[in-house]
Design a protein around this ligand. Sequence first.
Ligand code: SF4
Ligand code: SF4
Ligand code: FES
Length: 247
Amino acid sequence: MARTLRFHVFRYNPQDPASTPHMDAYVLDETESMTLYIALTRIREEQDPSLMFDFCCRAGVCGSCAMVINGRPGLGCHTKTADLPERITLLPLPFFKLVGDLGVDTGTWFREMYTRVESWIHTEKQFDPASEEERMDNETAEQIYELDRCIECGCCVAACGTARMREDFLGAAGLNRLARFMIDPRDQRSDKEYFDVVGNDQGIFGCMGLLACEDVCPKHLPLQDQLGYMRRKMAMNALTRILPWKK
Ligand code: SF4
Ligand code: SF4
Ligand code: FES
């Protein structure tokens, strides 16, 4: 028998001076293979056209539909209601600027983070559009591809205790992004230059290592491995600065 789902959804429009943060309740009959995307779209079409939330690809690719689902950050389009109890509480991701109801602005944070980690290949080589592609061994290319699968959903940052305490923390997404360039043989930055970006409390030394980030990452990125790798590398770099015989 089809279940009756009870949604409790955070509502607040920061653009509207009359709006105050509160929860609204909606009741919906569950249908087969219903996702939160389908449920929220039906609520908006059938019950409340003012409800705000973000979706784009509906396939776990664009990262725009992340929200807190019964206390856990996740993708709305990839979450089946069948995997949830009848009472479903939806909140916007914390940490990011609220656009309205369940919609947040992750783009500004990611853009700033990419600028801080200088998310581009640093090389002295001049670009020659007529030259052949630079070759790379398969294993390295696959390692880079693995880290490049991040869809910028923000779930890892929203789940991160350090990010909640300090706004300038790069988060697992930022550390993962820099790890991607550390692996890339075309990036000619030295360990010292990487250290200057992440060898501090805004970077790897601010990470508490409890790995909520990896637990909630919908793309199952190996964040734990990257954090461990970077911590070891940056710790060695710090040692070479204070212990001259380590140089
Ligand atoms: S392991 Fe580090 S980056 Fe991941 S959630 Fe914990 S503090 Fe944040
Ligand atoms: S690392 Fe995972 S959880 Fe974090 S932004 Fe990328 S895809 Fe989302
Ligand atoms: S709508 Fe694109 S990831 Fe969910």
